[in-house]
Design a protein around this ligand. Structure first.
Ligand SMILES: C[S@@+](CC[C@H](N)C(=O)[O-])C[C@H]1O[C@@H](n2cnc3c(N)ncnc32)[C@H](O)[C@@H]1O
Length: 238
């Protein structure tokens, strides 16, 4: 294991023991002081599984709303903006969101410092696309399950949720973070009423030893979105 990953695992362990399981993220970004090499998940490029999914599934349309969860250094948010989405991207780390604003000075993305467990009320059932990559796997249980329940509240009626995470088998021991997800864990989204469209178990292109899960969902039950007034012109994707 490389030194940065070991250091991060120690920071995460200490933060969890101290009862503030997310505090270590801000430390990572603040201590990196603008050097992306000190942020192990930062590759300064959009997620290839997001790109591929957009190419396959998204008809370019201006101004529909997307939300990026745990946006890190902002590459996925900027990519969605290039595809015509009106993007809100958030991270719990103020240093990360400030870094995004510095990197993309002329961006139309709205970068916000928000804890996914304490989102603005008007985000509920408000987004046509919600994108989550690698945030869930950075949370220990039971937080991960609770986080999925919150994430399930963001897409609007007929809105989609796309999730990318490392994956593992039930009997595979891991020392996290990251704690790769077992596919069945994502069943929480279905329990929250989202309909699964696709669940793929893939190998990372650069390192085929790493498994990646890409799962997509759609909100089809109007009762899940009843506290908002929905446009009557939306089409049912089915
Ligand atoms: C492993 S990084 C992934 C970053 C980015 N999504 C990517 O793919 O490069 C996880 C991100 O989630 C953020 N995060 C962790 N807990 C969070 C929370 N409770 N609310 C919002 N963001 C959170 C971290 O600060 C970090 O930027």
């Amino acid at each position: 294991m490389d030194v940065i990953r070991y250091k991060i695992q120690m920071m995460a362990e200490e933060a969890i023991l101290n009862g503030s399981p997310f505090s270590w993220f801000e430390k990572v970004y603040a201590e990196a002081a603008g050097d992306p090499l000190a942020v192990p998940w930062a590759n300064l490029a959009p997620n290839p599984l997001l790109l591929e999914w957009l190419q396959k599934n998204h008809r370019r349309e201006e101004g529909i709303r997307a939300l990026v969860i745990g946006c890190g250094l902002g590459d996925d948010a900027e990519e969605l903006s290039r595809w015509g989405f009106k993007v809100t991207a958030f991270d719990i780390s103020p240093s990360a969101t400030e870094w995004c604003k510095q990197r993309f000075k002329h961006s139309t993305v709205e970068y916000r410092t928000v804890d996914l467990f304490d989102p603005p009320e008007d985000w509920k059932h408000s987004f046509e696309l919600v994108f989550e990559a690698f945030t869930l796997q950075a949370m220990p249980e039971p937080l991960r399950r609770l986080a999925m329940e919150r994430i399930a509240e963001y897409p609007k009626l007929y809105g989609k949720l796309l999730v990318v995470s490392r994956g593992r088998d039930l009997d595979q021991e891991v020392t996290g973070p990251p704690w790769p997800l077992i596919k069945t864990e994502l069943g929480v989204f279905k329990k929250c009423g989202l309909k699964q469209i696709e669940m793929e178990d893939l190998a990372e292109k650069e390192d085929p030893g790493i498994r990646l899960i890409r799962a997509s969902y759609v909100v089809v039950d109007p009762r899940l979105a009843e506290d908002r007034k929905w446009s009557k012109t939306e089409e049912d994707p089915d």
